[in-house]
Ligand binder design. Sequence first.
Ligand SMILES: O=C(O)CCC(=O)C(=O)O
Ligand SMILES: [Fe+2]
Length: 335
Amino acid sequence: MAPPLVTVDASEPLDKINDIIARDGGVIVSNFLSPELLTELMTAIEPFFLDRKIYNSKATHGELGPDFFPYGSQRVYALLAKIPDQIVKIIRLPVWQGVMAHFLNDEFASYTGETLVSQKSGYMLATSAALRLVPGAKPQPLHRDQLAYHTRPDPANPLFTPMLGCLIAGSKSTYKNGATAVIPGSHLWGSDRMPNVEECTYAEMEAGSALFTLGSTYHGAGGNQCETTDPNALRTLFAVFGQRDYFRRNQDETASTPMDIVRTFSPDILRLAGYGESVPCSAATTSASRTIMTVLVNIEKAVGGVGYVEDHQSPSEFLHRDDCGIVVGLQIARY
Ligand SMILES: O=C(O)CCC(=O)C(=O)O
Ligand SMILES: [Fe+2]
């Protein structure tokens, strides 16, 4: 087993947290949530778990690999729509924003005629989900979360990542109940190196801590070996991932959040929720046309893609239904 990941308190300087992520591919930040926000978060999510079935879809296994979602997890997606107040508080935390900005903001330049023009881009919320492992849950295969973005390792830019993982412990997370397995240093591996379970460490965390990983770092959910009577039998993590704002998202928050909730968000959250423009493209498309494009292009992913609907209904089957319109699509995409 690899040595444990470094744990840094949320009050420590941001540079220290970012340096460790750059070196090891991941870090645990203790006291990431205040005790009040942790309680609020767990109270808010519980009703969504009440009748949630064990996730058993195989529809993604072709594109993500066999058993990407192994038996034994309960998953609630699109949390910006379901528990907006708590997700807003999380994505405003200085540590969340500081880590995302450090690894995902970018600046480049190209000539327009004789003028060197700089293009700056930022980050936004990529995916939000609550991931619960119940006793008997099988371990997840080790994987790189950036797989959905087709990123090739680039030796000239080894820390490039399209997205960043942030897994927040809502419950205590232990080796026994399925703490996330992580291979420190694997963010620097080439694409031909296969990850081995023996190379992992397990991100055991107190409730309220968070595990940050680069999109290139190999990791996967552990197995839950608890009895149902174990006080820590349920492992609950919240995924609040960020990504570069010029990529389209794996889980589209704009398509899954109803307008009455969107209207309550202030400008900073609207930007993080994907209603802003990525600066290099802002002159080319208006926000209205961009939003329509987002809906049209992503409805297929929203319906057929990872986690939005329990049974992974085929997108083409859905789109050919007589009663299908964007509104129907948006409603379905909420679940
Ligand atoms: O549940 C976990 O510990 C990790 C989940 C994960 O890595 C994923 O679903 O991509
Ligand atoms: Fe993952």
